[in-house]
Design a protein around this ligand. Structure first.
Ligand code: 4AD
Ligand code: MG
Length: 446
């Protein structure tokens, strides 16, 4: 038996239209917009990679096809075939002269696509996040996110770090007990969703030298701010035989590397987001460096009520960087505001207050802390004392303590929050637009 040969026509993505000028091709997508005037209509199709203006002329099509296109509704799915032509005035620089079309699913008039070009409130848009992702700005932000994640991986992969991912179900707290999500495991066992893979990262660094883990972490943050999610993605490098200075060097290099990637590969997205790229171009090494002591003095001089011994709030972080064009690395915070695992400074005159060998990278333009990290305690007895002071059960940390029993060395690392970084690169007001389906205090749907 022989089948009738099908005339196949290459399906292309809109992003590659420039390579197909003069060819007849097929594009599959959704209706983004439609203009019409009598015997001609202009369905704008988006296919996820770009937007193509299609030109449908009544005399060039069979009547049913022309009518179907002319009456197409927003976000209906359809396939068009036709010739690609360069057109300087068109979005993206090309148009397609439609030769035929297939409607895949027509959105009915009486149940139209809920997101229209008119202004919607943020709550409405967040409720329709599964659809909102199709809009240009959201699409652009997620594209920048992709580039950032790829840039982060490329940086570590080309600098001798081994990817070793760490568990999400964990028996111990890493970043304090106040932001833990508890999970019912089997047989009445309680576990927590990880706040950070760091403790496991320390074990993998002792096995591989330099490692990173990259995955979702969870914080029961009761604060409703534009910088906090309850589920976010963090990349955490950890290095054996390393100290606080190594953290600063690697963090600075990583940021510069990723910023350069975004500037190079995501020009279109940054334009869609109306990001002032001169602000990103200014992000170059060396970053500013400042001790917590000096930062407090600077903040007080600028009118902040901060007192030595307290952590910076969002307002302090914003105030601290409002005259800077690149991040500032603030180090040596009071040990009392930092996690149990920080190595204390040993060179500080007594009576000045204990400080931790940790550093926060604070981004300019009000984006706040993007990196937090530092040097870990490598001495067993000191670590045991710290666990006690923080009321943490040593038995939950027995394996972690082993790292101080068997070839303990000075080591250091940090965590960078992907969503904070995306918000900064994209110039977004709020962190909720940096991840496809954000989880926040009052937002767990869709
Ligand atoms: O400063 P954090 O809490 O540090 C740690 O978790 C360390 N264990 C990391 C390490 O040394 N391996 O968090 C690190 C980064 C912050 O600088 C910030 O960018 C981000 O994670 N972050 C958040 N991002 C979104 N929502 C939240 N609730 C966040 N909390 C922290
Ligand atoms: Mg921090």
């Amino acid at each position: 038996m022989s089948e009738t040969p099908r005339i196949s026509i290459a399906r292309i993505s809109i992003a590659n239209a420039g390579k197909h000028v003069g060819e007849s091709v097929e594009i599959a997508g959704w209706l983004y917009n439609l203009r019409r005037s009598g015997k001609i209509c202009f369905p704008q199709m988006r296919d996820g990679s770009g937007i193509m203006q299609c030109v449908a002329v009544k005399s060039a099509l069979d009547e049913a096809t022309f009518e179907a296109l002319k009456e197409l509704t927003q976000e209906s799915s359809f396939i068009v075939r036709g010739k690609i032509r360069a057109e300087a005035r068109a979005h993206g620089g090309y148009e397609m002269d439609v030769e035929s079309a297939t409607i895949v699913q027509r959105v009915p008039e009486d149940k139209p696509y809920p997101i229209t070009p008119k202004e919607h409130g943020v709550d409405f848009l967040m409720d329709h996040r599964h659809l909102w992702l199709r809009s240009r700005r959201q699409h652009a932000a997620i594209g920048v996110r992709h580039e950032i994640i790829k840039g982060i991986r490329d940086y570590f992969d080309s600098h001798g770090f081994v990817l070793v991912d760490t568990p999400i179900f964990t028996p111990a707290a890493c970043e304090g007990t106040s932001t833990l999500f508890e999970v019912d495991y089997f047989e009445d066992e309680k576990l927590f969703l990880t706040q950070s893979g760091q403790l496991y990262g320390e074990a993998t660094a002792m096995a591989f030298g330099k490692t990173y883990n990259f995955g979702p972490v969870f914080r029961a943050e009761k604060s409703k701010t534009r910088r906090h999610l309850t589920e976010f993605w963090m990349v955490e490098p950890e290095m054996a035989y390393a100290d606080l200075e190594d953290v600063k060097r690697v963090g600075e290099e990583l940021i510069c590397f990723v910023v350069a990637r975004v500037l190079e590969n995501r020009k279109e997205e940054l334009k869609t987001l109306e990001r002032d790229v001169t602000k990103l171009e200014a992000i170059k090494a060396p970053f500013h460096r400042m001790s917590y002591d000096d930062a407090v003095v600077k903040l007080q001089a600028k009118g902040s009520e901060i007192k030595w011994g307290t952590d910076f709030g969002n307002t302090d972080e914003t105030l601290l960087t409002d005259d800077l064009d690149r991040p500032v690395m603030v180090d040596r915070y009071p040990a009392s505001v930092k996690a149990f695992y920080f190595q204390p400074a040993t060179d500080r005159p007594s009576g000045m207050g204990d400080v931790a060998m940790g550093v926060d990278f604070i981004a300019p333009e009000g984006y706040g802390e993007v990196i937090g990290g530092g040097q870990r305690i490598h001495d067993l007895d000191l670590l045991l004392r710290r666990l006690q002071e923080h009321n943490l059960p040593p038995e939950a940390f027995d394996w972690y303590l082993d790292l101080r029993r068997y070839g303990s060395v000075p080591h250091a690392g940090f965590g960078m929050g992907v969503e904070r970084f995306v918000a900064w690169m994209c110039g977004l007001e709020h962190i909720r637009e940096t991840i496809a389906f954000p989880r926040m205090l009052y937002r767990t749907r869709p």
